[in-house]
Ligand binder design. Structure first.
Ligand code: G1P
Length: 289
């Protein structure tokens, strides 16, 4: 793979069952962390990593996401009339981040299937995948860290992070050989293993740079863990033809799709917020913990 990565696929069709009842009628991707919906953090990370087009794989009940990244002339007019210049610029920035494209996943058949739905929109070029519930708080944007490894090796790359042994069954786990500081060559992958079967504690954290050949592989991939078509299973087949690298993300990875992970992300990002941070820190210090 030598081409530049221009496109990113963001699967957002999931039902958000881990976050019920909040997600009964609202997309989980629109839950706000401090003052931005989670999905905006992901789109910003993609843009800051050099992505030009974001392909959102959506499903039923996800219109709020499309509206969020669209222009809102009425809102803009009102903000203009009120002289709210700063807010106006902020709102306009959202719809100009990147170019957006939407495809629909008609049935929830798994992450691998969601990525496959984007095959026509991606075409024959390497592309990124970012999962909306993993929020990366880092100096260098998470996906940019993968891009740097990709530039060097010219092979597919996945983002990983070390997790507690007791948590491995929530993730795709890799078996790998370290090739340089924080970079590993992947030897094998297993989706949601039991702690006894996990070959390491290096977990896939929802960032990928993939070759277009993955689409043919996904078409032939049968359902795996949880009866779903798994991207991890397709990646295992990628290993037959090419090397695959894993980049240990430098920074904090929050699982915003779980209630506790979402709370941790909220507290940490609120403490860093230039407008709220100081007051919020004061408030937390005053709590009787
Ligand atoms: C997906 C992937 C898994 C990865 C995880 C990260 O699982 O299949 O390999 O570790 O995302 O969040 P899901 O959380 O969709 O079950």
């Amino acid at each position: 793979m030598k081409q530049k990565v221009r496109k990113a696929v963001l699967p957002v069709a999931g039902l958000g069952t881990r976050f019920l009842p909040a997600t009964k009628a609202s997309p989980k991707e629109m839950l706000p962390i401090v003052d931005k919906p989670m999905i905006q953090y992901i789109v910003e990370e993609a843009k800051e990593s050099g992505v030009e087009q974001v392909i959102l794989v959506t499903g039923r009940g996800k219109q709020a996401i499309e509206n969020h990244f669209d222009t809102s002339s009425e809102l803009e007019r009102i903000l203009e009339q009120k002289g709210e210049e700063k807010l106006l610029r902020e709102i306009q920035k959202i719809s100009n981040l990147v170019s957006f494209c939407y495809v629909r996943q008609k049935e929830a058949l798994g992450l691998g299937h969601a990525v496959l739905c984007a095959s026509e929109a991606v075409g024959n070029e390497p592309f990124a995948v970012l999962l909306g519930d993993m929020i990366i708080d880092s100096e260098t944007p998470g996906l940019k860290q993968l891009m740097d490894v990709y530039e060097h090796y010219k092979d597919p790359v996945i983002g990983v992070s070390r997790v507690e042994q007791s948590e491995v069954s929530r993730y795709g786990i890799i078996k790998a050989n370290q090739v340089s500081s924080g970079v590993h060559e992947v030897l094998d992958l297993i989706e949601k293993p039991s702690p006894e079967k996990a070959p390491s504690n290096l977990a896939i954290i929802g960032r990928y740079i993939l070759p277009p050949e993955i689409f043919d592989i996904l078409e032939r991939t049968s359902p795996g863990a949880n009866g779903e078509i798994q991207l991890t299973d397709a990646l295992k087949k990628v290993l037959d033809n090419t090397a695959l690298f894993a980049c240990e993300i430098k920074g904090k990875v929050h699982d915003g799709g779980s209630k506790l992970g979402f709370l941790k992300a909220t507290v940490e990002l609120a403490l860093k917020n230039p407008e709220l941070g100081d007051d919020f820190r004061q408030y937390l210090k005053g709590l009787d913990l």
